[in-house]
Design a protein around this ligand. Structure first.
Ligand code: FES
Ligand SMILES: [Fe+2]
Length: 406
């Protein structure tokens, strides 16, 4: 986020605190609980949002050097992403061109060759078929035509994007729009390194996982003994960027900004930005790096999903705060923090999501599945929930949820 925007948003939060007036969606909306349990809806979402829509596969730091790879197994199309010898990011269908076995099973690593475990056809990081035992049994097979199937992929603003549909194209700038592109660029996410991560299989629809990141109304209740210690509940900034959105949660540390000149204001000290990239990605840039959350629907049941949470931090050289985004005192703490301490902070955050948010999400799912609760209510102070669901509905060709007076 650009400096000028950070200052502007800190002012919005302070004004909101001082006036006691939160963001306002202008009314309420009723969301049918059917949207969390309907198998036909779930199938259409998987097809339109997860089989043929661009996906965030990770950050540049997930492929730190030529020869690095990661695999993504949470989509119907399994993906192998590599950084080739020239340093270029590529993404492939992780399926051997002989008879379809995944050529790489490990989650990440380094490899000069991907050797299929079934009959040992081998591929290089550019996806080329470079060897097959007993090649003469395949006659005059043209190896060039049997490389791994490549997907449209683009590394931009520190993200690894790919489209799981081999026939589809990809344009990250068109996907994000100019305003959000510029803002994400300013964060310098490309310099982050992977710190760790976790994954949770939860008995709730993937949209309920997204919903839990859509308001701070619940902080003083659900998180009263955890996040509410550090955050002002029910205070936030909210802006949309086409399909996507940005919330900024308000940290109690914001009050320190009142004593500092504006050029020392820092949005990651004053708040916690929460971006949503349609359809399933939440970014939480913070003072030591970023948390990335992606929710994937279960292939069998609308009532289950997998959340993949990844933590990133600035490399040790960058943790000196030269990017100017970290306030002096916090900068000193982070500089001196051993990597294990940062991992612990990140895991603590993920634990709260698992043990508090997703417990509530699973309870919501159970109520939805009962059929006895026709709809849920999105309040005036929950604009992100209005936007999530009307964006999903629009993408599915459904009418928006109407705004009701409240
Ligand atoms: S399926 Fe891969 S070598 Fe046969
Ligand atoms: Fe929460």
């Amino acid at each position: 986020m650009q400096r000028s925007e950070q200052i502007a948003q800190v002012k919005v939060l302070l004004a909101s605190l001082d006036s006691g007036v939160n963001v306002d969606a202008g009314g309420i909306r009723l969301n049918p609980t059917d949207s969390y349990i309907n198998t036909e809806t779930a199938q259409r979402e998987r097809s339109l949002f997860f089989q043929s829509h661009p996906q965030v596969l990770g950050l540049s730091g997930d492929l730190p050097e030529p020869g690095s790879f990661i695999t993504i197994n949470d989509l119907d199309t399994r993906i192998l992403a590599t950084r080739d010898e020239k340093g270029e990011f590529r993404a492939f269908v992780n399926a051997c061109r002989h008879r379809g076995v995944a050529v790489e099973e490990r989650e990440n690593g380094r490899a000069r060759r991907f050797v299929c475990p079934f009959h040992s056809w081998s591929y290089d990081p550019q996806g080329a078929l470079v060897g097959l035992p007993k090649e003469d049994h395949f006659g005059s097979i043209d190896k060039k035509s049997f490389g791994l199937i490549e997907l449209a992929a683009e590394e931009k603003y520190g993200f690894l994007f790919a489209n799981p549909d081999p026939l589809a194209s990809l344009d990250v700038d068109a996907l994000l729009g100019p305003e959000l592109s510029e803002e994400l660029d300013a964060w310098d996410f490309g310099s982050l390194v992977r710190l760790g991560g976790d994954r949770y299989e939860v008995d709730c629809n993937w949209k309920l996982a997204m919903d839990t990141f859509g308001e701070t109304y619940h902080f003083n209740s659900l998180h009263k003994d955890s996040l509410a210690t550090f955050f002002e509940g029910n205070v936030q900034c909210y802006d949309t960027f086409g399909q996507h959105h940005r919330m900024i949660l308000c940290r109690k540390a914001i009050h320190a900004m009142r004593e500092l000149p504006e050029d020392q204001w820092d949005i990651t000290i004053a708040g916690l930005p929460v971006y949503w990239l349609f359809p399933n990605t939440i970014l939480l840039p913070n003072d030591f790096g970023m948390y990335l959350v992606r929710a994937y629907p279960d292939s069998e049941s609308p009532g289950r999903h997998t959340s993949v949470i990844t933590f990133y931090t600035h490399s040790s050289e960058d943790r000196d705060g030269t990017n100017g985004k970290i306030g002096a005192e916090r900068k000193a703490q982070i500089q001196s923090a051993p990597i294990e301490a940062l991992k612990e902070i990140a895991q603590g955050f993920a634990d709260i999501i698992r043990d508090e948010d997703y417990v509530a999400s699973a309870s919501q799912q159970r109520s939805a599945a009962s059929g006895a609760l026709p709809h849920v209510v999105f309040g005036r102070n929950e604009p992100a929930l209005h936007h999530y669901h009307n964006t999903y509905r629009d993408a599915l060709g459904e009418a928006p949820l109407p705004l009701l007076e409240a």
